[in-house]
Design a binder for this molecule. Structure first.
Ligand code: DGP
Ligand code: NA
Ligand code: NA
Length: 213
């Protein structure tokens, strides 16, 4: 019957935000929530460090290799492209994907280095467009206070301030801005409500589309 979840498409839900904004823990809480309601769901993250491209990215982030800014930008993009067809298959067979970072990180982090915005967006064109982007909004200074940064390349206050500005220019109708300084349980509840609404809308047959739209 039409209520079989496998005949309905899953939702593509992205979490974005500065480093230490709480995306990763909220992503896993969302997965538990959706699975608890009986939905098919998976947690993905970009960069996906498990692939060959992902390992190059990981080396770069941990300062074990140096790469030109354009080169690393294209590798991050390639890392999303290598997962695109699996992503589409999952969504079309009814699995909702909760994705920790996506093309908006790609554009925000690279344009924060001074790369041209349109150039940064170009390689992302044709990737699947999220049904929902949850932006965990935190002041860079507050994020930096949260137990300190892990020491990877981008985890520096001055750079994160630039990234925050770049993110601001990327908001569109699919974005929901969440105050990431609320108590964790309040954030969790807010996200659950928004996400469930999105999952149900996608089940009703909202079409998939491509970036940037
Ligand atoms: P994470 O694994 O979520 O901590 O991300 C690693 C770091 O890489 C983090 O500082 C954000 C940054 N990042 C994530 N995606 C991209 C991207 O596509 N391009 C660039 N330049 N940086 C990214
Ligand atoms: Na990080
Ligand atoms: Na990530």
């Amino acid at each position: 019957s039409g209520s079989n979840s496998e005949s309905k498409r899953g939702a593509l839900i992205v979490l974005e935000g500065l480093d230490r904004s709480g995306k990763t823990s909220q992503s896993s809480k969302l997965l538990t929530y959706l699975e608890g309601l009986g939905h098919s769901a998976e947690l993905w993250r970009f960069p996906d460090r498990s692939t060959n491209v992902g390992q190059m990215i990981s080396m770069y982030l941990s300062n074990k290799s140096q790469l030109d800014d354009h080169t690393i930008h294209l590798l991050f993009s390639a890392n999303r492209w290598e997962k695109r067809s699996l992503m589409e298959t999952k969504l079309k067979t009814g699995t909702t994907l909760i994705v920790d970072r996506y093309s908006y990180s790609g554009v925000a982090f690279s344009s924060a280095k001074g790369l041209d915005l349109e150039w940064c967006k170009a390689p992302e064109i044709g990737l699947l467009s999220p049904d929902l982007v949850l932006y965990l909004d935190i002041q860079p200074e507050k994020a930096a206070e949260r137990g300190g940064y892990g020491g990877e390349r981008y985890e520096q206050l001055e750079f994160q301030k630039k990234v925050a500005k770049c993110y601001q220019g990327l908001h569109d109708a699919s974005w929901k801005i969440i105050d990431a300084c609320q108590p964790i349980e309040d954030i969790e509840k807010q996200l659950q409500e928004i996400v469930l609404d999105c999952v149900l809308t996608c089940q009703k047959g909202k079409p998939l589309s491509n970036l940037w739209s």
